[in-house]
Design a protein around this ligand. Sequence first.
Ligand code: DAH
Length: 341
Amino acid sequence: MEDIWRQLEAELDRAKSLPEIEQVRIKYLGRKGVITVLAKNTDFGKLSAEEKKSFGQRLNSLKSRAEEAVRAAAERASREAVPQDGATGGPDLSLPGTDRRLGAMHPISLVQRELEDIFQGMGFRVLTGYEVETEYYNFDALNIPPDHPARDMQDTFWLEDGRLLRTHTSANQVRALEQFGAPIRAIFPGRCFRNEAMDASHENTFYQLEGLLVDRDISVAHLIGVMKTLLSAVFHKEVTVRLRPGFFPFVEPGFELDVQCLICGGVGCATCKRSGWIELIPCGLVHPRVLEFGRVDTSAFSGFAFGLGLTRLAMMKFGIPDIRLFNSGDIRFCEQFPVSM
Ligand code: DAH
């Protein structure tokens, strides 16, 4: 039996492919296999009770060791199996590759890139500022002095050195005016931070896209024209907008731009809270004081600005019900959004 075992081991060692291993199995364990025949041909009647027992045990042990060895060899062979190219005997390099998960674009990135395209088509440059900002650019230069109640509306994360995490992308306005002067057309997409109590529609970290256009003889008509062009491009249809008065210290006049609800067409539904309108873009004509902070000649230039909630827009465009999904870091979330829509 020990000879049989050693022989079997050696043959299994040489058998690399599954068919070869199957041959070894048949040779030893098949109906006419060496081990089977050994058991069949033994005349147990001639053996003493003692011999019967010890022979039977050794035979059973040989059989189960043999079965286990064949099983292990087959498993190893199928793990190591490389598809063979019939012609060369080497690996088949024409087989398709394995499916590697390469990740997916985040919905904010998708919307941001789409908006950048649209605005670049209208002559806007894309600029990014600083997520850690000074109090001056985030507030003072936007006509929000230290004692102004508008500061209370943005619960700010202050750093120990007196700087802050920008509460809005408007902080870029005066920086850009200082750097580039008038005329200017720029958008500033980016991440903003506020100390919000988080729920389905409030996050402490969210994205805005600020826009600034300063040129000669700019009026509200230009603002509406650009906003309508933008919204039609984003939603792939003509949208109806309306302006309501809105207060922001850095614009005068200031507006809330609403779009007619894209879900119900203005009749009233749950999305628009039965009003037929959705508040989407706060905007206005740049306050002369902001232009002065940016060292722009206010006798020659005027402009408009807007602050689009990128996160909100992505929620509307893709029908995302909970803002907390954006920062969840879950690839299964990102994988659901088509690269172009
Ligand atoms: N920065 C404002 C906010 O985050 C939004 C805003 C309002 C931006 C009016 C603008 C604007 O550019 O003109 O609440």
